[in-house]
Design a protein around this ligand. Structure first.
Ligand SMILES: Nc1ncnc2c1ncn2[C@@H]1O[C@H](COP(=O)(O)OP(=O)(O)O)[C@@H](O)[C@H]1O
Ligand SMILES: O=C(O)C1=C[C@@H](OP(=O)(O)O)[C@@H](O)[C@H](O)C1
Ligand SMILES: [Mg+2]
Length: 173
């Protein structure tokens, strides 16, 4: 089975995916890490030197490649992955796959992202909590229609990473 973690930036897809994989004894794949390896550049460098459209093309291409995995796998994608190139449909139609939305409220995301923005080119320039809240609010409004199609939804507000992992396991099995 392949379990795909989706959700907004800093919702915990990468870090919770790693913990969940350990707990279930599954392989772990992170789409951003995979793209960085293939391109030999960080996500920020790809955005800067080749542009976001190039990144989105690579993202859609490698998503399809990684979904072919036949091993038990946790796949953490990027925050934008489900929202471009028909990727959410690809995720929902993948065989032996289950999608999980790590869902957070706007204040949780804005506070987290103010601290964790450096490696995230879409928000790295935002300085204040007010600006961050406004940006994420609009962005989430556009993106929620994709995220909410996930088969399983897990709220992450006020939970530790281990608590989120527990909740995911309870909903999965
Ligand atoms: N539930 C949580 N409680 C505390 N810190 C968290 C939680 N989930 C994620 N983090 C931290 O927030 C940051 C962003 O998480 P990350 O896994 O990179 O998110 P994503 O891949 O969704 O962008 C990391 O430093 C991570 O350790
Ligand atoms: O939301 C987005 O569009 C993006 C999210 C990032 O992944 P994380 O959600 O893991 O930060 C990364 O793919 C890129 O910076 C774009
Ligand atoms: Mg990530």
């Amino acid at each position: 089975m392949i379990i795909i973690l989706i959700g907004y930036m800093a919702s915990g897809k990468t870090s919770i995916g790693k913990k969940l994989a350990k707990k279930l004894n599954y392989n772990f794949l992170d789409l951003d890490d995979f793209i960085e390896e293939k391109e030999n550049l960080s996500v920020s460098e790809i955005f800067k030197s080749k542009g976001e459209i190039y990144f989105r093309k690579q993202e859609a291409f490698y998503l399809k490649a990684l979904l072919q995995s036949e091993d038990n796998t946790i796949l953490s994608v990027g925050g934008g992955t489900p929202c471009y190139s028909g990727n959410m449909e690809v995720i929902l139609n993948a065989e032996h796959a289950k999608s999980i939305y790590l869902k957070a409220t706007l204040p949780t995301l804005a506070n987290k992202l103010l601290l964790k923005k450096a490696k995230r080119p879409l928000i790295a320039h935002i300085e204040t909590i007010e600006e961050m809240t406004e940006f994420i609010g609009k962005h989430l409004f556009e993106r929620s229609q994709y995220y909410s199609q996930a088969e399983i939804k897990v709220s992450i507000d006020n939970k530790t990473k281990d608590e989120v992992v527990e909740d995911i396991v309870l909903q999965l099995f």
